[in-house]
Write a protein that binds this ligand. Structure first.
Ligand code: HEC
Ligand code: HEC
Ligand code: HEC
Ligand code: HEC
Ligand code: HEC
Ligand code: HEC
Ligand code: HEC
Ligand code: HEC
Ligand code: HEC
Ligand code: HEC
Length: 312
């Protein structure tokens, strides 16, 4: 090892962490939260706005990237930059610039602040567009923060791009990630469709944060041909598409949770129905992959006058 290299090693191992250790690193979450609250109430904002922050923070390229983001624009009177600038998210400067003695509001998984406190900053401006379903959503109740999904100091927030969204959601939702890569799935893995075609990431008043009032209305929004009313309806179809399909993916064709006959026998008795049907020589109506569907091919229901058993 050259001396220079060794020096760099030591430098990166010891010096950088120390340089970055801020005085408030040792505070407990409660202490930090109460300090920030006091500071917020005192409300000592800087008179120079972002300029005062940039005196110390402009070398951080991540910090500077805010100026190429929506929040860095001056085009709206509601924009942070038209108001308190950096301090509209990070709270008043107070004595933070005096030797870095006072903490600022920070965000993300590294932050010791509770998710409620972090989110309240964002909701301060976004309550009317995002607050509605959010408060009762699983994401809010399970302490997911706005910043678990959104990046602020960037020109391209991954949550706002189609491919980015699926990666983002499946980074936490491992079961759905596995499902969407199975043999049969909605075209999610290619980014032709995304989780938010069916779900509202900010929560909704519908079960499982679906975009529409029920599972079936969600499916009908794209599969309109499956919507009735039909002359002969198959009860589970009109009630809940997911009694047979897994919307995220399956090892079976057509997103089916199970293959026939097992699929059907969850609800229909294995009552010797087969014995009542004349087997034509060479054709085993039950043995092949389609099984019950060989005869009951109109499984979603039928408009045929003689379709009562879904064979026409
Ligand atoms: C006199 C220099 C100085 C000024 C001016 C300054 N900061 Fe800092 N800031 C620091 C230092 C030092 C740290 C701690 C080390 C680090 O994380 O880089 C820090 C950390 C931060 C952090 C991270 C907090 C954390 O807990 O990780 C944020 C956010 C921040 N500053 C925002 C601001 C904002 C917003 C302004 C302007 C209102 C500002 N700073 C002004 C020196 C300064
Ligand atoms: C709309 C809210 C918002 C505004 C405005 C904003 N920030 Fe941030 N800042 C954040 C969030 C959220 C993070 C956490 C990192 C991320 O996800 O982008 C962050 C992170 C930081 C950090 C820690 C960076 C690091 O490298 O970890 C500093 C320092 C900082 N901001 C300073 C500033 C300064 C200086 C300004 C003004 C020029 C500013 N911020 C404006 C929301 C904001
Ligand atoms: C001072 C007000 C203010 C604060 C605080 C604020 N925002 Fe915004 N945000 C805006 C404005 C203004 C826009 C521009 C679009 C609009 O009118 O909704 C915006 C846009 C956005 C967008 C869409 C970005 C785009 O490129 O279209 C997202 C996502 C967002 N904010 C998330 C957040 C998050 C997360 C936080 C908290 C860390 C936050 N905002 C804090 C005012 C704010
Ligand atoms: C689970 C991930 C996730 C969380 C958590 C989340 N968002 Fe979003 N957000 C998204 C996605 C994906 C989009 C883009 C699609 C859309 O508009 O719904 C988006 C879009 C937005 C937009 C801009 C587009 C619009 O609909 O106006 C704003 C503003 C926004 N989010 C704010 C917030 C705020 C504020 C919070 C916290 C209270 C938050 N988000 C929490 C994923 C998330
Ligand atoms: C930071 C981790 C995280 C990210 C990223 C995330 N989620 Fe979640 N999500 C959770 C947690 C935690 C829960 C609650 C426990 C559970 O159901 O797994 C949840 C629950 C859900 C639920 C069930 C809601 C209900 O009402 O029962 C849906 C649907 C959902 N998330 C969709 C999404 C979508 C769509 C995205 C991407 C835009 C996303 N999630 C991104 C963590 C995350
Ligand atoms: C075609 C519509 C559709 C798409 C696309 C979709 N979902 Fe769902 N999701 C549903 C339906 C319907 C349910 C409720 C029924 C069920 O759980 O099978 C659900 C349930 C969930 C649940 C709750 C599971 C539970 O057991 O409570 C989570 C979490 C979830 N989805 C996450 C995601 C994620 C992440 C993506 C993207 C990778 C995604 N979904 C894509 C329709 C969809
Ligand atoms: C946003 C539109 C959209 C929604 C909502 C939607 N689908 Fe789909 N669905 C598609 C697309 C696109 C395909 C792929 C069609 C193709 O490959 O020709 C598909 C294919 C399917 C397939 C055939 C899969 C295969 O392997 O061939 C089934 C089954 C299916 N969807 C069931 C459902 C169910 C059940 C729901 C409700 C939970 C639903 N879909 C909601 C768009 C949607
Ligand atoms: C009783 C079980 C069952 C229910 C409930 C069900 N399906 Fe199906 N679905 C099937 C079977 C079995 C297939 C495969 C058909 C075949 O192989 O002929 C299928 C195939 C599909 C296909 C792909 C082939 C096609 O017909 O376009 C779509 C799309 C579909 N179903 C959507 C839906 C929707 C939407 C609902 C709810 C309204 C629903 N299914 C409810 C059993 C069901
Ligand atoms: C989730 C439960 C469920 C599943 C799964 C299911 N069915 Fe049904 N099926 C029903 C119910 C409920 C009825 C209505 C029974 C009645 O009206 O007496 C019905 C009716 C029928 C009928 C018409 C009976 C009649 O005389 O009205 C046929 C045929 C049928 N199902 C075939 C199938 C086949 C084939 C499958 C598998 C592809 C299947 N079903 C899967 C619940 C289910
Ligand atoms: C070879 C063709 C054929 C196959 C394969 C077949 N069915 Fe049938 N099924 C019929 C016919 C024909 C009827 C009407 C019989 C009647 O009215 O007596 C019927 C009637 C039914 C009924 C109405 C109630 C009853 O028992 O009369 C149900 C439910 C049903 N089948 C379910 C199934 C299931 C589940 C499977 C797969 C395990 C299956 N069928 C396989 C031809 C078939």
């Amino acid at each position: 090892m050259t001396i220079l290299f060794r020096f760099i090693m030591i430098f990166t191992l010891f010096v950088i962490p120390i340089a970055h250790a801020s005085p408030w690193n040792d505070l407990s979450a409660e202490q930090l939260e109460s300090q920030l609250k006091t500071k917020f109430v005192e409300g000592k904002y800087s008179s120079k706005g972002a300029d005062s922050c940039l005196m110390c923070h402009k070398k951080d390229t991540k910090v500077m990237a805010i100026f190429s983001s929506t929040h860095g624009l001056l085009d709206s009177s509601k924009s942070p930059m038209a108001g308190l600038q950096c301090e509209s998210c990070h709270g008043p400067l107070g004595k933070h610039n005096r030797g870095g003695k006072e903490p600022m509001i920070s965000f993300g998984s590294e932050s010791k602040l509770s998710s409620d406190s972090q989110n309240s900053i964002c909701l301060g401006c976004h309550e009317s567009d995002k607050g509605n379903g959010w408060h009762s959503s699983m994401h809010n109740l399970e302490q997911v923060t706005c910043v678990s999904c959104h990046e602020i100091h960037t020109s391209s927030d991954p949550a706002l791009s189609l491919e980015g969204t699926n990666d983002l959601c499946s980074s936490c939702h491992l079961q759905e990630k596995a499902d969407m890569n199975m043999r049969s799935s909605h075209p999610l893995k290619w980014g032709d469709m995304s989780c938010i075609d069916c779900h509202d990431p900010h929560g909704s008043n519908n079960e499982k944060s679906l975009n529409t009032t029920s599972i079936n209305t969600t499916c009908y929004s794209c599969h309109a041909d499956k919507r009735g009313p039909l002359l002969w309806e198959h009860a589970p179809v009109t009630e809940d598409c997911t009694s047979c399909h897994n919307p995220h993916g399956s090892v079976n064709d057509n997103l089916l949770k199970q293959r026939a006959p097992l699929l059907c026998q969850q609800c229909h008795m294995d009552d010797g129905h087969a014995s009542r049907i004349t087997n034509k020589p060479g054709i085993d109506a039950f043995g092949s992959g389609r099984s019950c569907l060989n005869c009951h091919s109109q499984i979603h229901g039928s408009n045929h006058p003689a379709g009562s058993n879904f064979s026409h």
